[in-house]
Design a protein around this ligand. Structure first.
Ligand code: HPA
Length: 300
């Protein structure tokens, strides 16, 4: 059931893009997707047997314009565990609408991805968070002022009013925490507040976010997480704190510093991601919140 039969709808555009990726993938069908945030593009090098498809060669795919974001869909593997890596994401602040921002997530849905790992550079709102800290997202505040699911209802993409009680899967958080612990990497938990950007926040806005329960702040992740849940995927969000949020310290926030901090912490984050991908690729597909062989996890 297409809401606008004369114009190709989102489902058909995503399917056309997915078909081009399938042709380029040579029969590889990863079930894990990974989105690399600002300053984290080089993490793709942690994956072997890489096959890159530039976004510009994928029909209907938007292309990122921001420094620090390459534009490649990469199929790669770690110790035999396969993943589709989106090297470079599309942001709302670039002027794209939320359909474009989340189009790559829709393509992953059409490709059969069941688990989506979202990474992001963030500002630390909670006063104990420092550049280089890693935060496993427990929940989010969508403060973009729009919802990526607004628009015609197409049941092939998901249900009209999807539940958002557990956007970030408990069992994946549990798995990520275990892997980080094994590696000796500290992984905090926190709530991500998503603002539209591109200006960084004012100190007053950061005080507001703190009062609302935010631990980290960024300009991405949430639209993709909402669409991924709508699409029935299990989601893990890993935020790297690249700077103390506005007003926490006296220093101004600069995009170059965000990229630098991302690059500096990338090896540590890369290790965690490798272990999580290996573990998740071996997990039986499950609904978020299912206990199965993974115990229910109550982090916060
Ligand atoms: N605010 C919003 N987005 C960000 C920040 C920040 O302080 N740091 C990295 N991304």
């Amino acid at each position: 059931m297409s809401p606008t039969p004369d114009v190709p709808g989102l489902f058909d555009r995503a399917e056309e893009a997915a078909e081009a990726v399938r042709r380029a993938a040579g029969g590889r069908t990863p079930r894990v997707g990974l989105v690399l945030g600002s300053g984290l593009n080089d993490l793709v090098e942690r994956f072997a047997d890489r096959r890159a498809v530039p976004y510009s060669r994928i029909p209907n795919f938007p292309t990122p314009t921001v420094a620090g974001h390459a534009g490649n869909l990469v199929i790669g593997s770690v110790e035999g565990a396969e993943a589709i890596i989106l090297q470079g994401r599309i942001h709302y602040y670039e002027g794209h609408d939320l359909d474009s921002v989340t189009f790559p997530t829709r393509v992953l849905q059409r490709l059969g991805v069941e688990t989506l790992i979202l990474t992001a550079a963030t500002g630390g709102v909670r006063s104990d968070l420092r550049p280089g800290n890693l935060v496993c997202l427990s929940d989010h505040l969508n403060l973009i002022g729009a919802n990526p699911l607004r628009g015609p209802d197409d049941p092939r993409l998901g249900e009209r009013f999807p539940d958002m009680t557990e956007v970030y899967s408990r069992r994946l958080r549990h798995a990520a925490k275990e892997e980080a612990r094994r590696l000796g990497v500290q992984l905090a938990s926190g709530v991500y507040a998503c603002l539209p950007g591109p200006s960084y926040e004012t100190p007053a806005e950061i005080r507001m976010l703190r009062a609302l329960g935010a631990d980290v702040v960024g300009m991405s992740t949430v639209p993709e997480a909402i669409v991924a849940r709508h699409a029935g995927m299990e989601v893990l969000g890993l935020a790297l704190v690249t700077n103390a949020a506005a007003g926490v310290l006296a220093a101004p926030i600069r995009h170059e510093h965000v990229l630098e901090a991302g690059a500096k912490a990338a090896p540590m984050l890369g290790k965690v991601i490798r272990r999580v991908v290996m573990r998740v690729a071996g997990m039986p597909a499950g609904e978020s919140g299912s206990t199965g062989e993974f115990p229910a996890y109550r982090p916060d």
